[in-house]
Design a protein. Structure first.
Length: 112
């Protein structure tokens, strides 16, 4: 096998973006997304949902400007970290909702 053998990576979001690299620079991935400023968020939205118990690590600029996504089963430590992160996110969302409700109440009291 030649060290200059090339492989073309296409965006899994089916936007038409592609990049050609040396095969030695490319690692196996479940998905590669282009991360384009124009439509990268649309490509990311096309990723299928994860089955319960799996995580989706990503590697930024894994193939030129493409992001590499892999789906894998979460080990005990990762599952605990995900659970804790979701808990903190839920707390933050509740705090923001309370703050917004209090601001709205203050506005109504001022107008009354």
């Amino acid at each position: 096998m030649s060290s200059t053998e090339k492989v073309t990576i296409e965006c899994s979001g089916q936007c038409g973006c592609a990049v050609t690299l040396r095969k030695s620079k490319v690692r196996n991935a479940r998905y590669y997304l282009c991360n384009s400023k124009d439509h990268g968020h649309l490509c990311e939205a096309k990723l299928p949902p994860l089955p319960p118990g799996m995580v989706r690590p990503l590697e930024i600029n894994a193939a030129s400007c493409f992001w590499r996504y892999t789906d894998e089963w979460a080990d005990h430590e990762t599952a605990a970290a995900v659970w804790l992160a979701r808990r903190y996110l839920a707390i933050a969302i509740c705090q923001e909702a309370i703050k917004k409700a209090n601001t709205t109440d203050d506005l109504y009291r001022t107008l009354a």
